[in-house]
Design a protein around this ligand. Structure first.
Ligand code: ATP
Ligand code: LTN
Length: 330
């Protein structure tokens, strides 16, 4: 039987958080044995927010190194940068013509980003999900591992695939999201009602994958909890619930097993042990990352080779699409 295809992408828009890791990236390497996997540094998406060019360049290469450090093998999975494969933008254009203004204006991420960036309400923010749909559909992906914040974008992608298939003829695989039960939505350490986000200005609200042990322990110690002071796993204590979810993801224990461990105590020992658990969990990734990021020649080679592999698959789909919509091809 032919292997099914997996696609996912992460924006090089800053230092990656444990939200990115627990919600998405940790699964990428686990999927590569069973599936044909494409993992992309979606640099074209990231310029919908103002970026400093030199930093974007560095963050893009750093994300490549981090992908590899978390266990993605560039010989098995296709690991590349979006801007190196022009078919993404070409398919996005075609999909724009079957996307509706009403549906795009209802996207939660669009509304959030527009309100956070009043001085830069660019059209790219509006059509962002169409480019994301192009990323996925170009490779005929069956599955897309993402955090739960991307569920709505995946629904849009499915709609566009079906709309195109109905309007012309069956062309695209209709993809399904793979969203983890625990870790699908890690919240800010300072505001448990907001998603932990790498573009948060308050650095103490996020734990970054490359944070050192001291920073991790300090941030967890100061994380917002509540004044109830009882150890429970319930919606009324969202700060504690978030920390228990993080504990669960790093330890493999279920939330009620964790409650069993710390029941009857205040949060001190729990927070201390959680800090150590997270720091220990990230250490091997950090060590591998440092080695890989130092080897620029190796990274350059991976970028080039893998962009060619991605282009090969992308061109196949784009040719079909161009033919179906009626573009003359000699
Ligand atoms: P930004 O904060 O710059 O908007 P982001 O970190 O929210 O970025 P991406 O880099 O594009 O977004 O996300 C990469 C992957 O990480 C996506 O699959 C996303 O769903 C997942 N992800 C991001 N934040 C979280 C979170 N707090 N909890 C779980 N998963 C997350
Ligand atoms: N929109 C995603 C990043 C992203 C992506 C993709 C994820 C761009 N293209 C394709 C999965 C598949 C985000 O903001 N987290």
């Amino acid at each position: 039987m032919e292997k099914k295809t997996v696609f996912s992408g992460v924006q090089p828009s800053g230092d990656l958080t444990i939200g990115n890791y627990l919600g998405a990236i940790q699964y990428f390497s686990r999927l590569q044995e069973e599936y044909n996997c494409y993992y992309c540094v979606v640099d074209m998406h990231s310029i919908t927010i103002n970026q400093v060019p030199a930093e974007l360049r560095k963050n893009s290469l750093s994300l490549m190194a981090l992908y590899i450090a978390t266990g993605i093998d560039p010989d098995k999975s296709v690991l590349y940068m979006q801007s190196h494969v022009p078919e993404h933008a070409q398919l996005a254009w075609v999909l724009n013509t079957i996307s509706y203004m009403g549906q795009l204006s209802r996207m939660t991420q669009y509304k959030e980003k527009i309100s956070k960036n009043p001085d830069n309400q660019n059209v790219g923010l509006f059509t962002y999900p169409v480019l994301m749909a192009a990323d996925i559909l170009l490779y005929q992906a069956d599955f897309v591992p993402v955090g739960s914040d991307q569920k709505q974008h995946l629904e849009l992608t499915r709609d566009l695939a079906e709309r195109f298939n109905n309007k012309y003829s069956p062309t695209f695989v209709v993809p399904e999201p793979l969203i983890p039960d625990s870790g699908g939505r890690i919240m800010s350490l300072k505001d448990p009602s907001a998603k932990m986000s790498k573009s948060d200005e308050d650095e103490s609200a996020s734990i970054y994958i490359l944070d050192n042990t001291d920073a991790i322990i300090r941030k967890i110690k100061r994380a917002v909890t509540d004044s109830i002071g009882e150890f429970n796993y319930r919606d009324e204590q969202p700060g504690l619930m978030n920390l228990i979810n993080i504990y669960s993801s790093f330890s493999g224990l279920k939330p009620d097993e964790i409650v069993g461990r710390y029941e009857g105590e205040n949060y001190g020992r729990f927070k201390e042990e959680l800090g150590i658990l997270v720091a220990e969990g990230l250490k091997p990734i950090q060590e591998r990352y440092n080695e890989i990021f130092a080897d620029k020649e190796y990274l350059q080679k991976i970028c080039k080779q893998n962009a060619e592999r991605a282009s090969y698959a992308a061109q196949k789909t784009l040719r079909k699409v161009y033919k179906k919509v009626g573009f003359y091809q000699p």
